[in-house]
Design a protein around this ligand. Structure first.
Ligand code: HEM
Ligand code: HEM
Length: 247
């Protein structure tokens, strides 16, 4: 495999080896947290230790950063490879400068969100982190699968990352709200997040199947250009302009 192919595997490998096991642990502690809280409210003695809530929070904070980080890596790969292949900085130096700045600003906003305590700053840094991801994702180098947005790895991924950022921003509110409204909001949104994560497992592996190894790329390109799924054709990548569909 070439260096480019190995680089393409960094994002899926981190997702599978690090982020998905973490999701499992966070969900496990979340169920224990809820079970224990409901038992205590009902006046029962729970065998679940009181540490499960803080454990859920500790791993949840790691998960938020991991998902945003994974999203940034997923976006960086197509941005970097396509910009360097097309030497886009010659034609659009301003946009490339802007994209690099937004990338750094998104990381900085996330780090500041981890430190922010007052509601206002949590809101500001959560919004900035989310906006950064959306701006990076809106660049023409990103394949968003707009024609099938409802099964798009991009849209699911950005939505999941936004939900993780939101979870991080409302931690204090969950603890301070005696009526548990923020807790309920958190649970409902994160059940949806878990569905999105499962969706990422499906759409990510599908996308891996669709992306060819770099030596295969010119051949596969021909399959699309000649619409070989609808008619028989001859693939001759080196003389691309001369090759004609035979069917
Ligand atoms: C897969 C994602 C997640 C799921 C499914 C999830 C689910 C839950 C559930 C079911 C509870 C218990 C609610 C109850 O007591 O009724 C909970 C509590 C909580 N969650 Fe999450 N959560 C997730 C991610 C996160 C993240 C990323 C954070 C923070 C960064 C977070 C912070 C909290 C906090 C602070 C509590 C209250 C814990 C306590 O009572 O001590 N969660 N979550
Ligand atoms: C929490 C889980 C995940 C999140 C948040 C996530 C997010 C993203 C984002 C935002 C992109 C850039 C947009 C795009 O090209 O679609 C991306 C690309 C990609 N992801 Fe994921 N992803 C996750 C898990 C996975 C998994 C499990 C796999 C495969 C096993 C995977 C494979 C890919 C591939 C192949 C690309 C395309 C890179 C390219 O365009 O060259 N992802 N991901």
């Amino acid at each position: 495999m070439s260096a480019k192919d190995i680089a393409a595997l960094i994002h899926p490998a981190i997702a599978i080896a690090f982020v998905f096991p973490l999701i499992g642990m966070v969900v496990y502690f979340s169920l224990q947290t809820r079970q224990r809280r409901l038992a205590v409210v009902a006046g029962d003695k729970s065998k679940i230790p009181p540490t499960v809530g803080p454990e859920h929070l500790k791993l949840g904070r790691v998960l938020s950063g991991a998902v945003v980080g994974l999203t940034l890596i997923g976006l960086a790969y197509p941005l970097f490879t396509k910009i360097s292949a097309n030497q886009t900085w010659n034609d659009e130096p301003l946009r490339i400068g802007f994209v690099s700045l937004i990338y750094l600003a998104t990381i900085a906003s996330l780090l500041l969100l981890y430190r922010a305590k007052p509601k206002l700053w949590r809101g500001v840094f959560a919004s900035l982190t989310g906006m950064g991801l959306i701006l990076l994702g809106s660049q023409p180098e990103i394949y968003r699968r707009g024609f099938e947005w409802y099964i798009s790895h991009y849209y699911y991924g950005i939505a999941a990352a936004l939900l993780m950022i939101f979870s991080l921003a409302i931690v204090q509110d969950i603890y301070q709200d005696r009526q548990n409204r923020w807790r309920t909001v958190h649970v409902v949104l994160n059940i949806f997040a878990v569905l999105l994560f499962i969706g990422q497992g499906f759409t990510g592996t599908r996308d891996l199947l669709e992306i060819p190894l770099s030596w295969q790329e010119p051949y596969i390109q021909q399959l699309y250009e000649q619409q070989c799924q609808t008619r028989s054709c001859t693939v001759q990548p080196d003389e691309a302009s001369e090759s004609q569909p035979s069917g």
